[in-house]
Every structure is written in structure tokens, then in C-alpha cells.
Design a protein around this ligand. Structure first.
Ligand code: ASP
Length: 419
């Protein structure tokens, strides 16, 4: 059995959906579970509608536009005659509107977010399921909210692995013999059956959840890039594609900010030793990148770039030196505020951290520590991490930038700089 995941870009319009169907049909010879994200930029669009609603503004125009977008795809796929699909889409939009209109502050915004934003995945999976059946491929629509069980942490729900794996196994096995099973990424439900979501871009993670639950032979993420590249082609020239990457290497790349795969995807697959492929939906005959348990000597340096970075320095002003007590004080507050450090450095009299720009939390952190330190900060900086670096790559990167912090270990080079 295989698990395929198709993200928003791979189903952004009717021709993309047709292309996806071709990929599925070419791989139909063995049991297949297909996980889909919301189509195109639907998730952003629903977030925008929610933002308007929260400001008390009229969102009807945006809602109508989004519905037109989905209806248009249905029409172009020649599915308008499918009464069940048309009814389902209509009902889903009604539900979206009702959810927003019945917003209760006691349940909170994050609760509403999950109920509303998850409908993007429901719409896309309904359309994909109908399109597959229409194209002669027997498909079964599975509601991920019934099979992916999570805690109550809306917008960043944690998976209840035990329950989820059992439910997925028993539900999928009933249909997989004679159907492609189509389900949604990113969404699940808590013990009250309220919808939860796993965090933005979480559909890759869902594919890993299904993959490990079903002990799949492999999981494939179909993307708009040829595979895992050694740098973001939108930011760097002459990028190279990895043919194969060790799980550990790929996991670390996501930790440092590589966005090609959701960071939570690798761990469950590595633990279950299930290979992960990253392949291009535009060039489905190309092999893409295989991520598995392997040793690859002389991997090309991976360059991972993050913008919107803040550097904060905590300085001791009384001629004493930074010691463990000071550091633990800083960390207590970082932990309390749930901040993530991207890089840190200490000297005799100061401790410096680099984190994603977050003015509100930066202010809270500084307020809690202002009695103990003189605090300085810079925002809007950029961070580059190079895994498996060589001097030539670093020289290139350091050209024409003002380096603020530089750090290297045996395998990794990092610098924070002003562009
Ligand atoms: N639709 C969700 C998002 O855009 C989840 C995903 O695509 O992975 O974040």
C-alpha cells in the first residue's frame, strides 16, 4: 500500500486536478490512500474571511468569490451534473457561514478557526473524490475528522497516536481492496468530535499519520518542485536536487526552517522505517528525492534561509560575568513565553539569542528581564544555516551582507545578517 499527498498547488485548478488523476491512475495497480490539502490558496482565503468577520466587517463578497472558485473547478471538471457533489458543496458553504455567524467568544477564536478553515479540505476532497469516480477510478471519501484523533489544542492539535492508528487501520481496511481512499490532510477531531487542525501546512504530517498507521510501503508528497533541493530556488541560483537523503538529514533541514516538508512528517516515518518520496507533480516520471535510512557521503551543502529574525542581547552591566544563573533566568522566561530560539551565543558579559520576529513576545521577554540585564535588540534580520558547509559556499553567502552573528560547528554554519 502507498500513501500519496497532494498539496494546494497540485490541485489549484481543473487542469491540476486532471493531472493529479493521471498520476493516481498510473499508480492504481496497488492499494492507494490519497491525502489532499485545500485547493490553491483556499486556506488563506478562509483565514481572510475570518479576519473580516472578527473585525465585524462584511465578508459576503469574499465568501461568494471563494464559492465561485470551487464551483468553477467543478464545472471545468464536467461535474456540475453531479447532484450529490453540488449539494455537498452548497452545504459546506452554508456550514462555513453558520460557523462564522454563530461565533461565541466563550469557545474562542481558535475553536472557530478549526471549524471554519477545515472546510477547505472538506471541499477539495469532495471534489477530488467525485472527479476520480467520474474518471472511472473507484474512490471512497473518508472523513479525516472521524479517524485522526487529537487533543483539544485548537490550531496545533497533538495526535492521539494509539486511537488514531487503530481507527485508521480498521476504517481503511474496509474499503482499500476495491477503492482509492481519499481523505483530508491537516484536520482531525478531539474527544468531543469538535474539529481540530494540526497546524498550517499540516497535510504532509497527515500523510505520515496514515502511512505509519497502515504500515505503508512508502509515502509520496507531490510538489511543485522536482524534489528536495539544497536551497530555495526562489532565493538562490544553481540549486541542486538531492537524489536521496537520510531521514536524519531531512529532519534537521526542516528544523532549521526548510519548508519543503512539514517538520513533523519525518519522525513517525523514520521510526516506522517507511520511505518518503518528494516528487514533482509537473514531471511525474522523474524520480524526485527518496528520504530513507541511508548513509550518503559528501552530501551537497544545504542552505536554509529564514527572514524576519530578531536578535536580542542580554548584557550584564555590573562587571560580573554571565553565569549559569543568568542563563537559566533567561531560559525560564523564554520557555514561559513559548518562544523558539533559532541560534544563541554567549560572551563574558552578554547572552544573545536569535528568534523569529515577534514584537509582542519580545516586549514581554524584555519586560520580565529588564531588572537583571541591559537589553538590546535588532529586528528584520535574516538567518542562514548551511548544513554540510564548505568554505566556498560560505564565502559566496557572506559577500555583500553585514554579518551580525556567525557560528560554526563541525557540520553546520549559521549566520545572522542584514541584507
Ligand atoms: N490547507 C492547509 C494549509 O494551507 C494545510 C496544508 O496545506 O498542508 O496550511
Amino acid at each position: 500500500m502507498k500513501v500519496f499527498k497532494f498539496g494546494g498547488a497540485s490541485i489549484k485548478d481543473s487542469s491540476a486536478v486532471r493531472n493529479m488523476i493521471q498520476i493516481i491512475q498510473a499508480n492504481q495497480s496497488e492499494p492507494l490512500v490519497v491525502i489532499v490539502s485545500a485547493m490553491g490558496k483556499t486556506t488563506n482565503a478562509i483565514e481572510g474571511i475570518l479576519a473580516l468577520a472578527m473585525e465585524g466587517q462584511d465578508f459576503s463578497k469574499e465568501l461568494v468569490e471563494l464559492q465561485k472558485f470551487h464551483n468553477n473547478i467543478v464545472k471545468e471538471l464536467s461535474l456540475s451534473h453531479d447532484e450529490i457533489l453540488t449539494k455537498e458543496i452548497g452545504q459546506t458553504y452554508e456550514e462555513l457561514e453558520n460557523q462564522i455567524n454563530s461565533f461565541s467568544s466563550s469557545l474562542g477564536y481558535d475553536f472557530l478557526y478549526d471549524q471554519a478553515v477545515s472546510l477547505g479540505e472538506i471541499l477539495s476532497s469532495r471534489i477530488v473524490d467525485a472527479a476520480l469516480n467520474h474518471a472511472g477510478t473507484q474512490s471512497f471519501w473518508m472523513d479525516a475528522r472521524k479517524v485522526v484523533k487529537t487533543d483539544n489544542l485548537h490550531r496545533a492539535a497533538k495526535v492521539d497516536w494509539g486511537a488514531t492508528q487503530n481507527i485508521i487501520r480498521s476504517n481503511v481496511s474496509q474499503h482499500i481492496e476495491d477503492h482509492i481512499v481519499v481523505s483530508q490532510g491537516f484536520i482531525g477531531s478531539n474527544s468531543n468530535f469538535d474539529t481540530t487542525t494540526l497546524g498550517r501546512e499540516g497535510s504532509d504530517f497527515t500523510a505520515a499519520i496514515f502511512g505509519t498507521s497502515l504500515n505503508a510501503d512508502s509515502v509520496t508528497i507531490w510538489k511543485d518542485v522536482p524534489g528536495v533541493l539544497n536551497a530555495d530556488p526562489k532565493k538562490f541560483d544553481n540549486t541542486k536536487k538531492y537524489k536521496q537523503l537520510p531521514f536524519k538529514e531531512a529532519a534537521e533541514m526542516t528544523y532549521y526552517g526548510a519548508t519543503v516538508i512539514h517538520p513533523k512528517t519525518i519522525k513517525p516515518l523514520a521510526q516506522a522505517d517507511i520511505p518518503l518520496y518528494v516528487r514533482s507533480f509537473e514531471h511525474p516520471d522523474e524520480p524526485g528525492t527518496l528520504i530513507n535510512e541511508c548513509i550518503i557521503p559528501n552530501l551537497a551543502p544545504a542552505i536554509i534561509h529564514k527572514d524576519r529574525q530578531t536578535v536580542i542581547s542580554f548584557k550584564i552591566s555590573d562587571f560580573s560575568f554571565i553565569n549559569e544563573h543568568h542563563i537559566s533566568l533567561i531560559f525560564e522566561n523564554i520557555n514561559r513565553l513559548n518562544l523558539t530560539i533559532n541560534l544563541m551565543q554567549n560572551s563574558a558579559i552578554s547572552f544573545t539569542i536569535c528568534m523569529d520576529d515577534n514584537p509582542a513576545k519580545r516586549e514581554m521577554l524584555m519586560t520580565s528581564l529588564k531588572e537583571n540585564f541591559s537589553i538590546y535588540y535588532n529586528e528584520g534580520l535574516e538567518l542562514i544555516t548551511v548544513k554540510n558547509y564548505n568554505q566556498k559556499t560560505i564565502n559566496e553567502l557572506m559577500k555583500d551582507v553585514e554579518v551580525i552573528i556567525e557560528q560554526r560547528s563541525r557540520n553546520n554554519f549559521q549566520m545572522v545578517y542584514k541584507a
